[in-house]
Design a protein around this ligand. Structure first.
Ligand code: N01
Length: 540
């Protein structure tokens, strides 16, 4: 058998997969602590999700003054955000600025996809191999591959027959897609589609939206940032960050959170409150009352309010009916938009409800549904991601006794703290399943994980330990804890990607943990108790 020739074999302290915001900070912090690090990245540049998601209209739903690193005072002072919610180009520019500022690129291998990571029980080291032939051996292995990186493209018959262009919002071509004068079809109405549809509708000749589940979305009310507000925030940036750090989703400390039940409010007060949140814009709409995501009978009021807005905005009553969601509001991630429902008043925009008229196949000309055929020049999949686990399971990760992470997670992901998995010593995940991650301001969660992991590595060296590995009992307790919290809310009650319900065949497990501050306290306690819940092996 021909032996694989490795072009480049390296020995490092830590190998990190992914150069998004998690991988970049992991590299910076560990390097500052004196460690040798190699980061391996599939894309040609830094930025992770903001590198790949270049679709028209891509924008963050966390305010820009919050969606940025806080670990370096000079960095947060010097960077100037221009809008309330940053668009993808600006966030990618910021990621590149960070890479330049901290000279990160020299330790990143770009255009390189990690294929496997195997723990060698004789040397207690990870061996990480990639498609370029690069092989890195390291004591510690960190998956910083992001929660929404592995795209989900439904398996549709006939896709190979299609004569036009096929693109996925999550892998939008760098050179862009010329939609001018084209007939465009878009499948999906999640956050990506809701952002893309208004922009594409203005650019293309005809846009047909294939909707399986109608979407609740509230206005973003994006605007240019007020320089006075920026100055005031920057003058007390540390306090501003600390206040957000103490919030349940690590964001929005500047906004009120109602403690009142919607049932206690009069009809008039409810209308005024929902209207004022609708006018101010953003996902904080769900803060109007304390029980909207806890109690189905409370949730109905908010859902009804958005449905009434759709009825007001969309002029064709049949179109408005099709666009009106019926499920619990907020249980799929609430979307914010810039003119989404309004776009359906345009004469060049058509809506096909594929829950009523199923997609049967792709043809050479477009899409065939049960009752109709649609001709398009460009077919866009805005069908989301194999969230939280997809990019981890793409790598053939093998721990002790050749245990595969794919086998270990065959019935759904199981972790301790969303950071670590029994059987996989010295392996960490940044914002893994079982951590608050996607239910928070991701950058804040990323920083907290990076700091915990790097502090743990330093502690291992200070105390002369060679391996750290979560125990099975800690993992079992943690999985129960994550589930128990989720089931106190309405989150698990619909087919969301939080549950893996969007990917056919994926086991349904509610993956993220609700509540950032409690989580941070728990992580700190574990560390202060000499890594309680982990088995530690000392150097010989
Ligand atoms: O993906 P999604 P997304 N036939 O999974 C439909 C983050 N994000 O890329 O609901 C027909 O939400 C699917 O239908 P259904 C954010 O966290 C953030 O839009 O499963 N349709 C749904 O409509 C977000 O939540 C930002 O019935 C099919 C859509 O495709 C997450 O990424 C911007 C189908 C997928 O929606 C994911 O958002 C963008 C099929 N076979 C993304 N399969 C911001 O920061 C799937 N669908 C603002």
């Amino acid at each position: 058998m021909a032996q694989k020739v490795l072009q480049d074999e390296q020995e490092k302290d830590v190998v990190v997969v992914g150069a998004g915001f998690a991988g970049m900070y992991m590299l910076h912090r560990l390097r500052k602590m004196g460690y040798e690090v190699r980061v391996i990245e599939a894309g040609s540049g830094v930025g992770g999700t903001w590198y790949w998601n270049r679709y028209p209209g891509a924008r963050c739903d966390v305010e820009s003054l919050e969606y940025s690193y806080s670990f370096d005072e000079a960095l947060q002072q010097e960077w100037e955000w221009t809008e309330r919610y940053s668009g993808q180009p600006e966030i990618l520019k910021y990621a590149n600025h960070v890479a330049d500022r901290f000279d990160l690129r020299k330790d990143i291998s770009f255009n390189t996809r990690v294929l496997s990571a195997v723990f060698n029980e004789t040397t207690d080291k990870w061996v990480v191999e990639s498609d370029s032939g690069e092989s890195v051996t390291a004591r510690f292995f960190v998956m910083a591959t992001g929660c929404l990186s592995s795209t989900n493209t439904p398996d549709m018959d006939g896709i190979e027959d299609f004569r036009g262009e096929v693109v996925h919002t999550g892998q939008w071509p760098k050179e862009g897609v010329d939609l001018a004068g084209k007939r465009v079809g878009i499948i999906g109405t999640g956050s990506s589609a809701v952002q893309a549809i208004p922009v594409i509708a203005r650019e293309c000749a005809e846009l047909t939206v294939f909707q399986r589940t109608a979407q609740y979305t509230v206005p973003a009310r994006n605007e240019k940032l007020d320089p006075v507000r920026v100055r005031e925030t920057k003058d007390r940036y540390k306090e501003f960050r600390d206040e957000n750090f103490a919030m349940p989703a690590a964001l929005g400390a500047n906004l009120p959170q109602s403690k009142e039940s919607v049932h206690e409010a009069s009809a008039e007060d409810r209308a005024t409150s929902f209207e004022s949140w609708w006018e101010s814009g953003g996902t904080s709409f769900m803060r109007s009352y304390a029980d909207l995501i806890l109690d189905e009978s409370a949730n109905v009021y908010a859902a009804e309010f958005v449905r009434s807005k759709i009825e007001d905005i969309v002029t064709d009553p049949e179109m408005a009916r099709k666009l009106s969601p019926e499920h619990i509001i907020g249980c799929k991630r609430l979307v914010i938009d810039s003119g989404y429902y309004e776009t359906f008043n345009r004469p060049n925009v058509h809506l096909v409800d594929v829950s009523e008229d199923n997609i049967e196949r792709v043809t050479s000309e477009g899409l065939k549904t049960a009752d109709n055929a649609y001709e398009v020049d460009v077919l866009i999949f805005a069908t989301g991601f194999d969230a939280m686990t997809g990019s981890i399971l793409k790598v053939d990760i093998r721990g002790r006794s050749n245990l595969s992470i794919r086998d270990k997670w065959s019935a759904g992901p199981r972790t301790y703290l969303g950071l670590s998995v029994p059987g996989f010593p010295n392996m960490f995940m940044v914002s893994g399943p079982g951590s608050p991650s996607v239910l928070t301001n991701m950058i804040v969660s990323i920083q907290q994980h990076v700091e915990w992991i790097s502090d743990c590595i330093a502690w291992m060296d200070e105390t002369a330990h060679k391996t750290i590995e979560a125990t099975v009992s800690a993992e079992t307790d943690w999985v129960e804890h994550v589930n128990a919290i989720a089931h106190k809310t309405l989150f698990p009650s619909c087919n969301s990607w939080y549950l893996g319900a969007n990917v056919p065949g994926k086991t349904r497990v509610f993956m993220p943990l609700l509540g950032f501050p409690g989580y941070v306290r728990r992580c700190d306690k574990v560390a202060s108790e000499n890594y309680d819940g982990f088995t530690l092996v000392a150097n010989r």
